[in-house]
Design a protein around this ligand. Structure first.
Ligand SMILES: Nc1ncnc2c1ncn2[C@@H]1O[C@H](COP(=O)(O)OP(=O)(O)OP(=O)(O)O)[C@@H](O)[C@H]1O
Length: 505
């Protein structure tokens, strides 16, 4: 606690300007008279211990046209204010309105005025190095606010002119306080407050960044990304502005599940994946392989996928990220022609989705929870599928042998699938998706049900397929680390909609 604040704690009078203009003395409110008279006191209090010319008081009190009696009016109001102060039960000898030529001065300890006390407490807080103490001081400073400054005595124009920077100082103090709360790991406690503040101050980017971080730390990843999307579109639509780099940097970090975003006291997440490989899509990235425009699907009047649009280029790995029921599987089923769209359109390698057989010839699919014939060997199974795509017996055998090699099953290609581990079956499923040498493969939850080592292997395989063969991959997943690990772009889905999209390389 500083000396300045200690001095105030013992003072006898308190002037409030942050909200309605009031004066309190030992829990008793002083009668400051009518609106104009309270306004004159407010102007003197804002300029505590400084001369305020009567001319200025006249101009501020009657901004349009002062009456002939204006000067007399000010003198009358000042003498009534003096009486009000003197009439308080306790002696307020330390508070006086003095006349100095053609000016008045309110002489008092400035810390008896809430505006000055607010600034002093904020300054104290900024000197604090301990976050707990800083939050305490800032919350006390903010508690001095009961509404907009001079709320009941001045129009908002006059109040803004007289209290320039005060509202900004309040919001800065609030942001500093919330920053400290977030550093203390109190994201759950502040997330509702931040949601409300971000809605009321749409252009205050610091608040949006704090909201995104709090939501992320509460495990509400899609809400965090939606907060970014909403802030960005509002800035663009209403201010023609791009978000500041701190917002877009934070959004990228959220998409990467950057451990640096975790709350300080939260347990470090277990990282089961190796660091991201430096890999860029091949040079042919200009070629669009998948293009979806406004793709939608309704089941009996219920929307499962709504207006999904995106493009994927040669060799890209696009992640569809979202919680259960977000619409990932339905999107894959639409793009792989298993389902007919209720709205919108798409093309694969330039072939419109309406030409389903031609699309199917160009794609491979690993459906969620794919089943396999236990008694067939891996090689037999792959050769059978190659034959379904019109390969001769000899060609099919060669394709099968090449694929078991490519997906790391070479040693077990002759074993029955029933003897395969879950991870091996997933490799086989990916190999099957490649038998027709597709331009794009759709993998629905390719790592689901695998242990960390199995996940790592499958992700490595998927990345190799994209970089080695130039095959475009669209995969669905629940987990951000997978997206971070291998995807070159991500579509974050929620309730059937794409709520965020991002290029990651
Ligand atoms: N055949 C269907 N008939 C009716 N509703 C369906 C059908 N298929 C999907 N849905 C609904 O569409 C929504 C999206 O489901 P979808 O399976 O695409 O989500 P998802 O993101 O893949 O979820 P998960 O991660 O659980 O697989 C859900 O509400 C689901 O219940």
């Amino acid at each position: 606690m500083t000396g300045a604040r200690t001095r105030w704690e013992g003072a006898a009078v308190e002037f409030r300007l942050l909200g309605a203009v009031e004066a309190w003395c030992q829990e008793q409110q002083l009668d400051l008279g009518p609106r104009k008279q309270r306004f004159v006191l407010a102007v003197l209090a804002l300029n505590a211990n400084q001369l305020v010319p009567v001319d200025r008081l006249v101009d501020l009190t009657w901004p349009a046209r002062p009456p002939r009696t204006a000067y007399h009016g000010i003198h009358v109001m000042v003498s009534r204010l003096r009486r009000a102060i003197a009439s308080a039960r306790t002696g307020l000898s330390d508070v006086e309105i003095l006349t100095r030529g053609s000016a008045y001065v309110l002489k008092l300890d400035p810390l008896s005025i809430d505006v000055h006390r607010f600034r002093a407490r904020v300054a104290d807080a900024r000197r604090e190095t301990d976050d707990e103490a800083r939050v305490h001081l800032l919350r006390r400073a903010l508690a001095l606010w009961h509404g907009p400054p001079l709320a009941d005595v001045a129009t908002s124009d006059v109040a803004t002119m007289l209290c320039q920077g005060l509202e900004d100082a309040r919001l800065s103090a609030l942001e500093e306080c919330l920053d400290a709360e977030l550093r203390l790991g109190r994201h759950t406690a502040v997330v509702d407050e931040l949601t409300d503040l971000a809605a009321r101050h749409p252009y205050r980017q610091g608040l949006h960044a704090q909201l995104m971080l709090a939501l992320y730390r509460c495990g509400r990843v899609t809400d965090a990304l939606e907060a970014y999307r909403a802030a960005r579109s509002r800035l663009a639509d209403e201010q023609a502005l791009e978000p500041e780099s701190r917002l877009s940097t934070l959004q990228r970090a959220i998409l990467r599940a950057d451990p640096a975003l975790d709350a300080p006291r939260a347990r470090e997440p277990v990282r089961v994946l190796p660091p991201r490989r430096a890999w860029s899509p091949p040079a042919r990235t200009a070629d669009v392989v998948v293009e979806a425009r406004g793709l939608s699907k309704w089941f009996g009047g219920r929307s499962a996928v709504e207006s999904v649009s995106f493009t994927a280029r040669v060799g890209e790995v696009i992640g569809l990220l979202g919680p259960n029921g977000a619409g990932k599987t339905t999107t894959i089923r639409l793009l792989s022609t298993v389902l007919a769209p209720s709205g919108g359109e798409f093309s694969v390698a330039g072939v419109p989705g309406s030409r389903a057989a031609e699309v199917r010839a160009r794609i491979g699919v690993l459906p969620e929870g794919a089943g396999y014939p236990a008694r067939q060997t891996g090689v037999e199974y792959l050769a059978y599928h190659a034959r379904l795509f019109g390969r001769s017996r000899g060609q099919a055998a060669r394709v099968a042998a090449g694929l078991v090699e490519q997906v790391g099953l070479a040693g077990r290609g002759g074993s029955r699938i029933g003897s395969y581990s879950r991870g091996m079956r997933q490799r086989l499923g990916i190999a099957r998706a490649l038998v027709n040498d597709p331009v794009v493969v759709f993998l629905d939850e390719p790592t689901s049900g695998l242990d960390p080592a199995g996940q790592r292997e499958i992700l490595g395989l998927v990345a190799a397929i994209a970089s080695g063969r130039g095959t475009t991959v669209v995969l669905s997943t629940h987990t951000l680390p997978e997206v971070e690990e291998i995807c070159t772009g991500v579509l974050v889905m929620e309730r059937g909609r794409v709520v965020a999209d991002r290029v990651l390389t």
